[in-house]
Design a protein around this ligand. Structure first.
Ligand code: ZN
Length: 390
């Protein structure tokens, strides 16, 4: 069946103005000022997008789809994600990862979960590994995982500068990056290393050292949680100004923000004012990850769970509260992750790309409808497609 989205204002994420968008066979088939499809030609569903913005489906490139945590004992292992946790957030592509626990949660389970979500209707990719070094892969090596397993697009999330890391040396990180680079080159994938940055004092030092002393470029690394404290944020600005990618975590708590975490929408504003390329900045939700609160002695004080639903509100806040144009704000969860992670069919409203589309209400940017691979998952805020277990 064809779908025709009529009379919406399209952000590709660049603003294209009022356009009609034709979807066919899960792809964006045509974009033009006015498209009419004869019903004699094929059945066509017309979606009236008057008063709506038509934007690319969101990419959430750091989600603990299998659940995460366990940092307060077994009962604090967080639950697996469900399809509708993803789709109701406007997300049509997720990149799944393990976290602190790479022991009771395995890469094989992560791969199966990613495949399950894809069967239910969204697009999925995964990183190989967890916080731990040496990296536990599926096949035995990072290169083999990247080259032989389609869904694996990089390594991560490896913990750096954190009390929960394996305390790897700078050489350990360089070797991981080297393996990811070669695996990426040979498979035509990004082969990035997704790095979890903790609250430690070393911050981005290891990364700077690898980039300064080896041939591995900035583009090999996607460090995340860069807004978690003011010092790391300052370092992140310097790092990004030199060409590095920086990723910000939208799931947070009142306590984290009070303790100095930089809100994503504000971080975006400051980075742009500091001259960082808008193409180097991404937001991810850390969905289903645990948000543990430790005291100064490292004891667990409390724990909540991250959510994909935190992703888009930061884009909305960036637009309304920080006066950032919608196109630039949208990049952080659409074209930027698509480009950085080399997801060549994602991230843009462009002919030939996957038909992943979100309709936003123009007035308050409320998520009205979500289309994943041409299928309407959410319509007028109502869930049309449920996952196997909702
Ligand atoms: Zn993390």
């Amino acid at each position: 069946m064809l779908k025709l989205i009529k009379n919406g204002e399209v952000f590709s994420p660049d603003f294209l103005g009022k356009k009609d968008v034709l979807l066919a066979a899960g792809k964006i088939a045509h974009i033009a000022d006015n498209i009419d499809v004869s019903t004699n030609f094929a059945p066509v569903e017309v979606i009236d997008a008057t008063g709506k913005y038509v934007v690319p489906g969101f990419i959430d490139s750091h989600v603990h789809i299998l659940g995460g945590g366990g940092e307060g004992g077994y009962k604090t292992r967080t639950p697996e994600i469900r399809l509708t946790d993803i789709t109701t957030a406007g997300v049509t592509t997720v990149v799944g990862c393990l976290g602190t626990d790479g022991i009771t949660r395995s890469m094989k389970s992560l791969l199966a979960k990613a495949r399950g979500l894809e069967e239910e209707g969204v697009s999925t990719f995964i990183y190989t590994g967890s916080y731990q070094v040496p990296v536990r892969t599926i096949t035995g090596t990072i290169e083999d995982d990247l080259i032989l397993i389609d869904k694996i697009i990089g390594v991560g999330e490896i913990a750096m500068s954190d009390h929960r890391s394996s305390q790897p040396t700078v050489q350990d990180f360089a070797k991981i990056a080297g393996a990811a680079r070669v695996g990426g080159i040979l498979s035509g994938k990004a082969g990035v290393v997704n790095l979890h940055l903790g609250d430690g004092k070393r911050m981005l030092n290891f990364l700077e050292e690898i980039i300064n002393t080896t041939e591995i470029p900035y583009s090999q690394f996607v460090p995340t949680h860069i807004g978690r404290n003011k010092d790391l944020f300052e370092k992140g600005i310097e790092y990004a100004r030199k060409g590095g990618y920086v990723d910000f975590t939208t799931s947070t708590t009142k306590e984290f923000l009070e303790e100095g975490e930089v809100k994503c929408s504000k971080a975006l504003k400051i980075l742009l004012q500091s001259g960082v390329s808008p193409k180097n900045i991404t937001f991810t939700s850390d969905g289903q990850g645990s948000l543990p609160l430790f005291d100064e002695k490292g004891n667990l004080k409390g724990l909540t769970v991250g959510s994909c639903s935190s992703l888009f509100p930061e884009v909305r806040d960036a637009h309304f509260q920080e006066s950032i144009d919608l196109s630039t704000a949208l990049r952080t969860i659409t074209s930027n992750p698509a480009d950085i992670l080399k997801l060549s069919s994602k991230g843009y409203i462009r002919e030939g790309r996957d038909a992943d589309i979100v309709l936003l209400d123009k007035k308050d940017l409320y998520i009205d409808s979500v289309i994943a691979l041409g299928k309407t998952m959410v319509r007028n805020g109502e869930i049309l497609v449920k996952g196997t277990f909702i």
